[in-house]
Design a protein around this ligand. Sequence first.
Ligand code: C2E
Ligand code: MG
Ligand code: MG
Ligand code: MG
Length: 291
Amino acid sequence: HAKKVGRANHQFFAPEMNAAAGARLALEHALRQALENQEFELHYQPKVDVASGDVVAMEALLRWRCPQRGLVPPNDFIGVTEEIGLIIPLGAWVLREACRQNRAWQLAGMAHLRMAVNLSACQFRQKDLPEFVAGVLAETGMEASCLELEVTESVVMHNPAEAAQILDRLHAQGIHISVDDFGTGYSSLSYLKQFRLDTLKIDRSFVRDISSDADDAAIVRSVIALAHSLRLQVIAEGVETDEQLDYLRELGCDQYQGYLRSKPLPAAQFEAMLRAGAAGAIGPVLKVVGR
Ligand code: C2E
Ligand code: MG
Ligand code: MG
Ligand code: MG
């Protein structure tokens, strides 16, 4: 009887499992092709100074413009690219493209804004990461002080001793380091004094209900105090309403990022937004220089 059930189960599950495995293989293949076919693109979201309202930096966010699947968000494919090792060449493309674009905007006479790039754990485990980044800066002509690298707590906590060295070598070049999704990583706070860091990014899960949930407000207030007492800057992610921004201003948050100001935009639209801002709406930091 058991054998019969087993066979029945086997017959029931096998086609589904094959279908899942097949879909996964197809996705891996499509992602490899996507890099060759240049189907990846970067969108850019402004980072805004809370006090002045000026755009002071931008974050590059990866998208996959797949002919079959449409515009695919990073959470749907970054994990797979990490598992198959594709994140190394893909991450290299992201860094190069972000630096190239930022330098192109500078050469076109726009203000020198900092460009933030997300790093995955796999990239961070490459021992030559600092040299690789230095090479991309040299190649693209972008100043190190205009580059910001965003890493999550889990990325640096994977091997703290090694991470501390890598961060030192990046910092020595003048590159800005941010901790992404701060507060969601279950790690001890002791790393904050071991690592060379410049900015904490408060995860948007704490920002969402900041004006109605006393616990979230307390966490955000504490993170801002912690950052400032460690001489770090602090930026809030996922700001969608004026109410949230007013609250963050009151708590002394330095910068914010979120749909309230702008969703991540394709390069041409981001540039148009900056140029419109240069005419007055965004603030002095964006005034076109050299023209
Ligand atoms: P992240 O680095 O924490 O990026 C912030 C995410 O929040 C982005 O999602 C952004 O579009 C979204 N966001 C920004 N403002 C708001 C808001 O006001 N409300 C809401 N609900 N969401 C907002 P996105 O672009 O889908 O990226 C998701 C994650 O994918 C990123 O989280 C980052 O961890 C990863 N990622 C994106 N690009 C890259 C990349 O080039 N390399 C690597 N390794 N990871 C990347
Ligand atoms: Mg980020
Ligand atoms: Mg984040
Ligand atoms: Mg996030």
